[in-house]
Structure formats: structure tokens, C-alpha cells
Design a protein around this ligand. Structure first.
Ligand code: MG
Length: 262
């Protein structure tokens, strides 16, 4: 009788552990996005083709990158708004094409970058469209971006983000099936939902002020991305709060935390 009770207790304990592990797995769903690709490793550089390859190699969910439309309408990957005191969006491609990244690569065109992305099928593309000098250029940049992503057959794997509300509106209009997230931080979830956004992608300090926006987004069927989370305690805190995506310069560290929590 005692033996039977012991077996029953062990079985119940096992079932309980399994249920708890399943619940934990459902709870921890944060996916890791490499900020400007995975560049904080040897041989890489921000917004390089290598940074996309490295993000894919370590199993990051996504790789974020920054795109400008040059004055002569070439889409290029670059983060800073200026080179040698001149705005990137006001330079021609020829004027910036001899700029060399820290790992020796030239500044990639979007065409070259997406061509490489086609052969890395497991990584999601998180496309930041940078802010251009006028609303007209923002809209043109959005149009050129959607056209190139679609021409490369990568629409299903691409999410868009931008600080420019003008660019976001155009992206939502032109690519209604794509996820578009807003970066600038001042709009509440209800406002984003009304405009057709898939969610917010805000600096973590915004979510410190408005932690309620995480649940509000989820209740509205939207998602939460947060940048740029490089400190381990902050990563752990945000994973615990249930953000959907964590954008970081240290994706391997973030991956180890999300995997450990599972
Ligand atoms: Mg960016």
C-alpha cells in the first residue's frame, strides 16, 4: 500500500514538473534581435554583410539594419546620419561608396545585403528606414524599400521599423501585410493600433516610464520590441516582463538568457 502511494506521489510530482516546465516555456517567448547585425564579435562591423551572417550563425531570431536612400536614390546600409559633416541622404552613392567599414567591407548596398540574406533563410530581417531630410524623401525611401524587398522575394521575412512617422505611414500603406513598428517612443499603444502598426519598438527607458504598455500592446494584439538592451540585469528584467523581442548589441548573451529560462 505504502509502495503504491509512493509510486503515485512520484508520478504526480513528475506530472507537476512537466506542467510547470510547459508553462514556463509558454511564458518565456522573448526573441533576440542583433542590433545592426552581430557586430560585437571578431571580424564583424555594424551594418556589414558579415554582421548578418554572424547573427544567422549564432541563431538570433532577427538581424536589424539601417537603411538610407542616397540623393541619387540608391538604398545603402549605414547608421550615422553624417559622413565627413555631410548628411548621408544628401550624398550620391559614388560619394560614399569608398567608405570602408571597420572590418574592411565597403558600405553595402541594400541590393547586395538582401542578395546575401536570400541564402540565409532562418534569420528575420528587421529593416530600419532612417529619417530623411524631407517628408517627400521619407516617402520615396519607403517606396523604394518595399519595392526592393518584394523584388528579392523577402517580404515574408521582413519587418520594418522607423523613427519617421511619415515613413511608417507609407510603409503601412504600401506593405499592409508587413509588420511595421514605431521607434520614437511618444505614441501610446492605442494610438499605434489605430494607425495600423504591428506594435512598438521603444528604448527601454520608455518602458520604464510606461511598463503598462507591454500588457496594453498584448491586449490589443500587438507586439513589443525594446532597444538597445546590453546589460544583463536589464535583459533579465525585460524578458521577465514578457517583451516579444529584445534588440541588443550582445545577442549571444541574450540568447543564453532566453535559453536558460526555458
Ligand atoms: Mg537601427
Amino acid at each position: 500500500m505504502l509502495k503504491k502511494k509512493g509510486i503515485l506521489c512520484a508520478w504526480l510530482l513528475g506530472a507537476l514538473c512537466m506542467m510547470m516546465s510547459c508553462a514556463n516555456e509558454q511564458e518565456v517567448k522573448t526573441r533576440v534581435i542583433a542590433h545592426r547585425g552581430y557586430w560585437t564579435c571578431e571580424g564583424s562591423a555594424q551594418n556589414s554583410i558579415r554582421s548578418l551572417e554572424r547573427a544567422s550563425e549564432i541563431g538570433a531570431y532577427g538581424s536589424e539594419f539601417d537603411v538610407y536612400l542616397t540623393a541619387d536614390s540608391v538604398l545603402v546600409l549605414f547608421h550615422d546620419d553624417k559622413i565627413g559633416g555631410r548628411h548621408v541622404a544628401e550624398m550620391t552613392y559614388a560619394e560614399l561608396s569608398d567608405t570602408i567599414l571597420e572590418n574592411g567591407e565597403p558600405v553595402p548596398t541594400l541590393d547586395q545585403f538582401l542578395e546575401r540574406a536570400k541564402s540565409l533563410p532562418d534569420i528575420r530581417l528587421v529593416y530600419e528606414l532612417k529619417v530623411h531630410p524631407t517628408p517627400e524623401r521619407d516617402r520615396l525611401a519607403a517606396q523604394a524599400s518595399v519595392a526592393m524587398v518584394e523584388a528579392k522575394g523577402l517580404a515574408d521575412r521582413t519587418d520594418y521599423i522607423s523613427f519617421s512617422l511619415e515613413a511608417c505611414k507609407e510603409l503601412i500603406r504600401l506593405a499592409p501585410d508587413a509588420k511595421v513598428f514605431y521607434l520614437n517612443g511618444e505614441l501610446a499603444p492605442e494610438e499605434l493600433k489605430a494607425m495600423g502598426f504591428a506594435g512598438l519598438d521603444y528604448h527601454f527607458s520608455v518602458l520604464e516610464k510606461h511598463p503598462e504598455w507591454i500588457d496594453a500592446c498584448h491586449e490589443l494584439g500587438m507586439e513589443v520590441n525594446v532597444w538597445t538592451v546590453d546589460e544583463k540585469p536589464k535583459m533579465e528584467e525585460l524578458i521577465g516582463q514578457g517583451v516579444d523581442y529584445l534588440t541588443t548589441d550582445y545577442p549571444e548573451e541574450a540568447l543564453s538568457l532566453t535559453e536558460r529560462a526555458r
